[in-house]
Design a protein around this ligand. Structure first.
Ligand code: IMP
Ligand code: MG
Length: 335
């Protein structure tokens, strides 16, 4: 049994959905699993030329791969059923493919109500934080406590250890990102779950299963939430527009900034990233500006090739490979 992991190294919305979709397309995986977060995530996926947005269900479902919402996730059942219907209506077969770990926690009405009143963090108002709080306070409800979910329940131990797993190849799809991680992000402007490789292990897997770790970044940074993130410079308005940077879950404008290279190094080192995929390189071409913040300075490049070369060189020092990806083209897994 082997697990490839896809995680975000910035503040979410790096294009993890796109990379997962590309990786799954080749038919190499037997399972896809989400290991953190819930309906706060928004994966934008172009499937057969059609734009689809999912929040909870792993992208395995687009290719007939068993798709599991893991025990580290929180599930709003109303939205779960809504998403199943949405996928079916868009021609994606879900029957017999979508499962929820029986020990995943349920987002309840009271969680959504409470989160709806948040003004300080700028949450997605999906009940995520209050649900995790109640989980850790040992007051939560789990998927196995709700009769309507019976047909979808799965036991991670039975599925992955109590049958021949020698040919299992799993894609673990992360949600949110290092900069939003409850422990490593910019607290309190974070989400309520762990967004790194450690989180995969807590979903019932062990370190021997981890194969490749893909760290996803964008050619610039975006963040949605209450803190001030975007500098007062017109260029970021342009990037926001060219990149169509609006939240997939809430529709909010994403604030933009240059890449924070120190954050990427930290995230990549702490998660043992093998390969970085940089998305939306084309957007910087549209605004004809290429900059990276590093060691308290802002580095400037004259062209895409200079920019790309610098990134390649710096990452090779880290023994990390890198792929560059352009909208809307598919990411090339390469090697
Ligand atoms: P929560 O996860 O809804 O509690 O929101 C906490 C913070 O994480 C807010 O700043 C959200 O905008 C941000 N956030 C949560 N999920 C995502 C995501 O999938 N992409 C980008 N930002 C997110
Ligand atoms: Mg997103």
């Amino acid at each position: 049994m082997k697990i490839d992991v896809v995680i975000g190294l910035q503040y979410g919305d790096e294009g993890k959905g796109k990379v997962c979709h590309s990786l799954l397309k080749d038919g190499l995986y037997t399972h896809a699993i989400r290991f953190n977060g819930g309906g706060n995530a928004g994966h934008t996926i172009y499937h057969n030329g059609k734009k689809l947005i999912t929040h909870l269900i792993p992208s395995g479902v687009f290719f007939g791969v068993k798709s599991i919402i893991g025990p580290g996730c929180v599930v709003d059942t109303h939205n779960f059923f809504k998403e199943l219907k949405y996928l079916e209506e868009n021609g994606i077969k879900t029957e017999g493919l979508v499962f929820i770990a029986k020990n995943a926690h349920l987002v309840q009405e009271i969680h959504i109500d409470e989160d709806g009143h948040d003004t300080s963090i700028g949450t997605t108002k999906t009940g995520n934080g209050p649900c995790y709080r109640d989980k850790y306070a040992r007051k939560g409800l789990r998927a196995e406590d709700y009769d309507k979910l019976k047909p979808y329940l799965i036991d991670v131990y039975e599925e992955f250890y109590q049958q021949d797993n020698s040919n299992f190849k799993i894609l673990a799809e992360g949600a949110q990102a290092f900069g939003l991680d409850i422990d490593w992000g910019d607290y309190p402007y974070v989400t309520s779950s762990h967004c790194g490789v450690g989180s995969v292990l807590n979903n019932g897997f062990n370190h021997k299963h981890i194969n490749k770790v893909y760290g996803i970044i964008k050619a610039y940074e975006t963040y949605v939430g209450a803190k001030k993130f975007q500098p007062e410079e017109e260029i970021f308005e342009k990037i926001q527009q060219e990149g169509q940077e609006f939240g997939a879950t809430t529709g909010r404008k994403r604030q933009c900034n240059w890449i924070d290279w120190d954050l990427i190094l930290k995230a990549s080192r702490m998660n043992g990233v093998h390969r970085i995929v940089m998305n939306k390189v084309d957007i910087l071409n549209k605004v004809q500006a290429w900059k990276i913040k590093h060691n308290g300075k802002t580095l400037e490049f004259n062209s895409e090739s200079e920019f790309v070369l610098w990134v390649k060189k710096e990452l090779s020092k880290e023994d990390v490979r890198v792929s560059f990806s352009y909208t809307p083209h598919d990411f090339d897994v390469g090697d």
